[in-house]
Design a protein. Structure first.
Length: 523
């Protein structure tokens, strides 16, 4: 039943993330129409600063609260859970309010000295409240993830994205901005209002759910329905109530390393973003040509090939609280089984995605961006997807196992290594932009090796040669069958051809993998 619930929750999150991605895509189209090229450029300059500020206020909170909530609920310890949430709410309110107030006061200085465009000041002022709303929402989301209530958070996320579109169009229609900076400010105002709406809805749902838990639980019995808890009907001893200092420390132990990783990774990512076009220029290209190559590869080809990563990201969201529960119960067998399942499914998604990128590179470029110059780049992303999709879950597993310091260390190693590989490869004329892809491949291999070494110290990795051979044979079969399907629909519209190849590739790899597993169990 736990296996079924895990995949069910992952499926719900995948559908939710796909829906929000579609709405975000529509939002970007509206932005491009309302802001124009200059406005989009200014909007893009502000976004990295906004992302970095969020690292200071909210990074790691969802993971920390989801893990802690799961463990306390498994022990039927509502006192410490409620006390933890209340303490974190107060801390986040004070800290995030301070950051938001500083941004509000110093918006012009940030615009001039960091964004390097004074016109960003008005937008920074408008987005500053979101720096408070998002961390508070993160605490509540972590609680619902720990409880296994993914439908609630998914519904709120979808409504928030739709509400943001409505606010943007309504505000532009009402105010009729006559300058670029005013239009960009309205776009960020829509973002802030959307986050306020999301926080309000989550808080209402949180109060309702908290009252339900109080009504259903007592000292000797507890009937909590969640993704990972089954009522045993036995008496439970009262749990020792912890101090607020200890409770906030328990959260910090998990969230601070993740937050530090987010901050440092954001800085290194920004450095890599700035270095990449300059290394391509050193390879003999003009700066405009270098920017065009970066835009096509990172902004288009990788965007297309990484779409299926939504599946893996959804699984990791569900994985963290479940693994935390298994480890807290010393149920290492269940933890090992789940880790093996996630890694094999991630490999299956990676193989399927790589097959699609190899078979339909030109079709995908034409379908998504109406361009004929993305085929080689999309084809080159096939090995990137395969390796990255398998290595990235290992970071989530480290998180779930409570190895935040190892997570931080390995992330820093990978980020620095990736920057060095860009410097080495992107400056070679015959490689140029593909040096970024080579950097991703090599860094992902390093990440997989380092992380698996640490994971194996706690849990046995239940993946053998038979599993690898099964995935390999499934991949070969999917490539052949999908190739035949693509040739049969050679004259069909691009969308129909792409849809059939995607369904055939993913269906064959995952279907054959499931068949092999069932045969192995029955055998």
């Amino acid at each position: 039943m736990r296996v079924d619930k895990f995949y069910k929750d992952s499926f719900i999150l995948t559908l939710s993330n796909m829906t929000t991605s579609i709405i975000a895509f529509v939002f970007s189209i509206i932005l491009s129409r309302e802001l124009g090229a200059e406005g989009l450029g200014l909007y893009g300059l502000i976004m990295p600063v906004y992302g970095l500020l969020l690292c200071f206020t909210s990074d790691g909170l969802i993971t920390a609260i989801s893990r802690i909530s799961t463990v306390y609920l498994s022990r039927r310890d509502l006192r410490n859970l409620s006390k933890t949430l209340n303490t974190v709410f107060v801390y986040v309110l004070l800290w995030a309010s301070t950051v938001a107030l500083l941004v509000l006061i110093c918006n012009r200085g940030i615009a001039v000295h960091i964004v390097r465009d004074e016109r960003a000041a008005r937008a920074l002022m408008m987005l500053s409240p979101a720096l408070l709303f998002i961390p508070l929402s993160a605490v509540i989301k972590g609680f619902f993830y720990g409880l296994g209530k993914y439908k609630i958070t998914s519904s709120v996320d979808i409504f928030e994205k739709l509400f943001r579109v409505v606010i943007l169009l309504s505000a532009i229609s009402a105010f009729h901005p006559d300058r670029v900076d005013k239009t960009v400010a309205i776009a960020y105002l829509a973002l802030a209002v959307g986050e306020l709406n999301s926080m309000t809805m989550l808080f209402i749902c949180y109060k309702i759910q908290k009252d339900k838990l109080k009504n259903n639980c007592s000292i000797n019995s507890c009937n909590i329905k969640s993704s990972s808890i089954i009522n045993s009907g036995t008496a439970v001893r009262p749990n020792r109530e912890k101090s607020r200092i200890q409770l906030i420390f328990d959260v910090f132990v998990i969230s601070v390393p993740i937050g530090l990783n987010g901050i440092i990774s954001s800085i290194l990512s920004a450095v890599s973003t700035l270095v990449l076009p300059r290394m391509i220029v050193s390879a003999g290209f003009t700066y405009n040509e270098a920017l065009a190559l970066v835009g096509r590869f990172n902004g288009m080809a990788l965007n297309i090939s990484f779409l299926p990563y939504i599946i893996i990201g959804s699984m990791l969201t569900v994985l963290v609280p479940e693994l935390s529960l298994h480890i807290s119960r010393k149920d290492f067998w269940s933890a090992e089984e789940r880790i093996a399942q996630v890694l094999k499914l991630a490999a299956a998604v990676g193989i399927s995605t790589a097959i699609v990128c190899l078979l339909l590179p030109n079709t995908l470029g034409q379908l998504f961006y109406n361009r004929n110059d993305l085929g080689n780049m999309i084809r080159f992303t096939a090995p990137i997807c395969l390796i990255t999709f398998v290595s990235s879950p290992t970071f989530g597993i480290l998180n779930a196992l409570g190895k935040q310091n190892i997570y931080l260390r390995n992330s820093l190693i990978i980020s620095v290594e990736g920057l060095l590989f860009i410097i080495i490869f992107a400056g070679i004329p015959s490689i140029n932009i593909y040096g970024d892809g080579i950097s991703m491949i090599l860094s992902s291999i390093t990440a997989f090796i380092l992380n698996m070494k640490e994971i194996s110290k706690i849990c046995e990795i239940k993946i053998g040669v038979q599993d690898v051979v099964t995935l390999l044979l499934a991949g070969i079969s999917a490539y052949l069958v999908s190739g035949i399907a693509g040739r049969l629909l050679f004259e069909a519209p691009s969308a129909i051809k792409a849809a059939l190849v995607v369904l055939t590739s993913f269906g064959t790899v995952i279907g054959l993998g499931g068949l092999a597993k069932s045969k192995n169990i029955s055998g």
